[in-house]
Design a protein around this ligand. Structure first.
Ligand code: ADE
Length: 242
């Protein structure tokens, strides 16, 4: 897979490129990560990148010429282009899978007060990483790239991503490791029981309870099976007994 990032701050990605999963994926040839400075496409020594908005108002707007020339020069027929913007659709695990299945993606990091709206006509989609405004799209690009790269086959060492939070519409169950008793805080005994079915049921119950409590929006959308309803009923009854 090839990932290209168009940015005014290429140095922002220096340490990100060294993060374990990204570095490993690049070294193993699983993905190529090209960080491109938008300035390269701004002609003249003045490098005119932004200007005040037509119609007035505060702040500066990124000019469309450098961004669109960069796009034209870097994209091929198969490139999926994304503008990172608080105005985009909200990024999700589902979207991460969708992007991970593509051969070639190009992410544009906006800056200043925004990007000339004509850029929007030349991208396949706009993505936001959440309902808040960042100073620039660089943070968002690292979020998107990290979540996509870890889904590529071979990028993670022995780890399966299928049981993680958001993979099946639920939050992940709690995980524990040694010691079984840390200063009086004990690991749930079922996890030490060796009883696979009991462990599976406990984990599913915890996922359901956690999602219901922390993310009622996700819980409402989750299609509960009869078996899961029973597990929840049992957990709720045990709670009342406590
Ligand atoms: N740029 C500024 N805010 C953003 C957000 N929330 N998501 C993606 N890009 C952004």
């Amino acid at each position: 897979m090839r990932i290209t990032v168009l940015t005014l701050f290429p140095e922002y990605f220096d340490s990100f490129k060294l993060s374990p999963v990204v570095r490993r994926a690049v070294e193993k040839g699983i993905c190529e990560l090209d960080i491109v400075d938008i300035r390269t496409f701004a002609p003249g020594s003045f490098r005119h990148l932004d200007d005040s908005p037509f119609g007035g108002g505060p702040g500066m707007v990124m000019r469309c010429q450098p961004v669109l020339d960069a796009l034209a020069s870097l994209k091929s027929e198969n490139t999926h282009t994304v503008l990172l913007s608080p105005k985009g659709g909200v990024f999700s695990q589902k979207k991460a899978h969708e992007l991970a299945n593509r051969q070639d993606i190009l992410l544009i990091c906006g800056h200043y007060e925004g990007v000339d709206a004509r850029v929007e006509n030349h991208v396949d989609e706009q993505l936001s990483i959440g309902d808040y405004v960042l100073t620039g799209g660089e943070v968002a690009a690292t979020v998107v790239i990290d979540s996509v790269v870890r889904l590529l086959r071979g990028a993670l060492r022995d780890t399966a991503t299928t049981e993680e939070s958001h993979e099946n519409g639920l939050l992940e169950y709690p995980q524990y490791t040694q010691p079984a008793d840390f200063r009086g805080e004990k690991v749930p005994p079922v996890l030490l029981s060796g009883n696979d079915k009991a462990i599976r049921d406990w984990r599913l119950t915890q996922s359901l309870l956690l999602t219901r409590q922390n993310r009622p929006d996700l819980f409402e959308k989750y299609p509960l099976s009869e078996y899961e309803k029973q597990l929840l009923k049992k957990a709720d009854a045990e709670k009342v007994e406590d």
